[in-house]
Design a binder for this molecule. Structure first.
Ligand SMILES: *Cc1c(COP(=O)(O)O)cnc(C)c1O
Length: 358
């Protein structure tokens, strides 16, 4: 039986989006593609809160997370770590041969602005990585507070992963002075995986232009040159770009404020359901994500058994990421969810919990 994904990415993709992907192929250097590419920029800029160029990369988010490091780190990068993805970013920086240090917090705790300031004040850093919404533990850091600290260190280029918050939570790149902000297609945008959108400041590109080993595939200078012509450096994943076009139309029809408010509302409904069932949130509640809920498995329920029952009803949730497997469970409310679809999920969860005697 087919089942609907409530794991925090990939999430389910609407029929409309899937149909958009099946349009006839076009050449990526022709006028149709250039018109398509250029039509995306204003809506993407509104979602990023920026006037910067927004680029499209044919890769999952990690491609851009790695590639931007190779473009902007000349001295040393500080990786803010509070979960599986942000921890991994330090590892990725080192695998690129870069000088890198970690600023570590417990999983479920936000990145602390005072600790960031204290570490950067030691000197020697020229870049920082931050994950806005740590999907592995459902923790949303205070981006405005962190950005205020970063503005005290003008030589430090900020690379911010908004992979699971983009289009679910407002992002104000220009107001916050963030240099590079990136998001993948399979999270809140509810597209299939394989496309990453990212917005880059002129000063990040200036830094990139001086980086001798920035490579080609993620070269920010190449991205800008091609962007000016309404194109990507290499052949892009055109079906996903059709899907993005369709999704940006959906977002415009709903309106940004309504979209953000819907994510807050549905997130709260799922959270209240969890509380009523006797679960606690895993992250500190003040910093809990708006696009998913990560519950601590405080009742020690058999999560694989729960998911087996859920799947039979047409749903799947996540049974914990990495070292939190079995200890937490995560439910996404990203994408196209409505009050009605969330109510269906919660009814299936109730029935499935009852069936496993929990
Ligand atoms: C999913 C996710 C990623 C990794 O994305 P890929 O698509 O696997 O490259 C990175 N960061 C965050 C916060 C994520 O949620």
């Amino acid at each position: 039986m087919p089942y609907k994904l409530y794991i925090p990415g990939p999430i389910s993709v609407s029929e409309k989006t899937l149909r958009a992907m099946t349009q006839p192929m076009i050449g990526h250097r022709g006028s149709e593609f250039i018109a398509l590419y250029r039509s995306l920029t204003p809506a993407l800029q509104a979602l990023f809160g920026t006037k910067n160029s927004v680029y499209l990369a044919t890769s999952s988010a990690w491609g851009v997370m790695e590639g931007t490091l190779r473009n902007v780190v000349r001295k040393k990068v500080l990786c803010c770590m509070n979960g599986a993805f942000s921890d991994k970013w330090l590892d990725v920086a080192r695998r690129c041969g870069l000088d890198a240090a970690g600023l570590q917090f417990d999983w479920g705790k936000p990145v602390d602005p005072a600790a960031l300031r204290a570490e950067l004040a030691k000197g020697g850093y020229d870049a920082v990585t931050i994950i806005h919404n740590e999907t592995s533990c459902g923790c949303l850091s205070d981006l405005p507070a962190l950005a205020a600290v970063l503005r005290e260190f003008p030589d430090v280029i900020a690379i911010v992963d908004t992979v699971s918050s983009f289009s679910a939570v407002p992002i104000d790149q220009d107001a916050l002075g963030l240099d590079i902000v990136l998001a993948g297609s399979q999270k809140a945008l509810a597209l299939p995986p394989g496309l990453t959108v990212f917005s880059v400041s002129p000063r990040a590109r200036e830094r990139a232009a001086t980086a001798p080993a920035r490579g080609y595939y993620f070269d920010l200078v190449e991205f800008e040159k091609n962007h000016e012509g309404g194109m990507t450096p290499s052949t892009p994943v055109i079906p996903l770009i059709y899907a993005l076009r369709s999704k940006l139309d959906d977002i415009a029809a709903e309106g940004l404020d309504a979209r953000y408010a819907r994510h807050v509302r549905l997130n709260r409904i799922v959270r209240d359901w969890g509380y009523a069932k006797g679960f606690k949130l895993f992250p500190e509640e003040r910093f809990a994500s708006v696009s998913l809920n990560c519950f601590a498995n405080t009742r020690g329920i058999d999560l694989p058994a729960l998911n087996t029952k859920l799947k039979a009803r047409g749903f799947l949730i996540d049974g914990g990421y990495g070292k939190l497997k079995g200890k937490t469970f995560r439910i996404s409310n990203m994408g196209d969810e409505t009050d009605a679809t969330i109510a269906e999920l919660l009814a299936a969860l109730d029935a499935s919990l009852a069936e496993i005697g929990a």
